[in-house]
Design a protein around this ligand. Structure first.
Ligand SMILES: Nc1ncnc2c1ncn2[C@@H]1O[C@H](COP(=O)(O)OP(=O)(O)OP(=O)(O)O)[C@@H](O)[C@H]1O
Ligand SMILES: [Mg+2]
Length: 373
């Protein structure tokens, strides 16, 4: 999959941007605060996901403007598709999105169409941050592979919220204890499904990441990624163990109802799962160096790209924000080698910071305007 054209106007500081990227390497350069990351973000929005910097919808629009308009064409391996994405300050919630000229409701249609993997310096939070970062990463990866997961993940969150509200009502004497069991049956079924999908994915991720990490460190270090399910521990259910697993999940929920009512939230479930990343057998979160954490986070993203490519007939587009400068030349060369069959967009302040880029397009960003070389 590769992007053939990008247009952006009024997205943050981007002005009248119109570029035709190279199918392989694209280097985005410029001084600090000129709009390089904004350009990557504009491309990322076309995946239907929210800003990878956590910007709120209203902050997508340039402070001096009332509308923002984005457009992108991409080749998905079979045909060229076109996305138009606009928003106005008057009605932030009402995003005007068109896929191949046809208006679509919400961003789900984009999520199914355009696939990208992004790596930013903040991604070290995948290693350093709390379990929720790792869970959302795995959930996004699962959803990218299998659209059905998206509904399940959303439904799980919804059911969990309902259950938590109900627990508080029970504590306040406004609802009966019996009402919680209906929710528990649904939560157990969907939670088991989510855990199973995460487990399936993490097994693939472990294989991909340990190979990639070993390549990047010249075989000196071994990286492992494993799943720690809050309900099932290190051995979550395989697909065919469905019913027993759901029963086990349900029992955990029922056994903890009294505690949950007292606390006002659900103690057990898929919302407490974690992903354990180790180097040479030691948990990297506690024992890893800065460089190891950064490399491990990058490898997880490259692993995501590799798994997607293996499961589909096409590769995702790779967006790398400020990554190369901090890697030494041999690691840079390996990263280029790993992504060599994919379209890559790389930002760097200094053109020379990216060694090994012998071909492709260079874009210079200055005050939100982009010049193509
Ligand atoms: N809603 C907005 N309206 C106008 N300008 C904005 C908006 N949001 C961010 N900006 C501007 O965008 C610029 C930052 O862009 P960006 O983060 O893409 O820079 P960058 O080129 O990646 O810089 P660095 O090299 O430091 O990472 C800042 O000048 C900021 O003021
Ligand atoms: Mg930046």
């Amino acid at each position: 999959m590769y992007v053939t054209a990008v247009k952006a106007d009024g997205y943050k500081n981007l002005k009248n941007v119109m570029i035709t990227p190279h199918p392989e390497y694209n280097l985005i350069t410029g001084m600090n605060a000129q709009g390089k990351t904004n350009l990557l973000e504009a491309i990322w929005l076309m995946t239907g996901c929210r800003s990878f910097r956590g910007s709120k919808d209203r902050d997508y629009i340039c402070l001096d403007k009332n509308i923002m308009e984005l457009g992108m064409s991409f080749y998905d391996g079979r045909r060229t598709q076109k996305i138009e994405y606009a928003m106005s300050r008057e009605n932030i919630k009402d995003k005007k999105i068109k896929l191949n000229g046809v208006p679509i409701k919400g961003t789900n249609g984009l999520f199914d169409s355009f696939k990208a993997v992004v790596f930013t310096p903040d991604d070290t939070e995948l290693i350093k941050g709390g379990p929720e970062k790792r869970r959302s990463f795995v959930d996004l990866c699962c959803c990218q592979l299998n659209g059905r997961c998206l509904d399940s993940v959303r439904r799980y969150d919804l059911l969990l919220n309902h259950r938590n509200v109900l627990l508080k009502s029970i504590a306040a004497g406004k609802a009966s204890r019996d009402s919680v069991y209906v929710w528990d049956q649904q939560l157990a079924a969907i939670g088991t499904f989510v855990s199973g999908k995460r487990h399936e994915y993490i097994k693939k991720l472990n294989k991909a990441c340990s190979e990639l990490y070993s390549r990047i460190t010249g075989g000196r270090e071994e990286l492992t990624v494993s799943y720690n399910s809050n309900i099932f521990g290190g051995n979550p259910p395989e697909e065919n163990e469905g019913n027993d697993a759901v029963a086990k999940y349900y029992m955990k929920l029922s056994d903890s109802v009294e505690d949950d009512i007292r606390l006002g939230y659900t103690l057990w479930g898929a919302h407490r799962d974690d992903l354990i990343v180790k180097i040479n057998g030691l948990n990297i979160r506690e024992f890893g160096s800065q460089g190891q954490k950064k490399t491990a986070a990058l490898v997880m993203k490259l692993g995501q790209a590799e798994i997607y490519s293996k499961n589909n007939d096409e590769t995702p587009v790779i967006l790398l924000d400020d990554v190369m400068g901090e890697l030494d030349e041999s690691r840079q060369a390996l990263v280029f080698d790993i992504v060599k069959n994919m379209q890559v967009f790389i930002t760097a302040c200094n053109e020379n910071a990216v060694k090994g880029l012998s071909q492709g397009a260079v874009f210079r960003v200055e005050k939100g305007e982009v010049t193509q070389y």
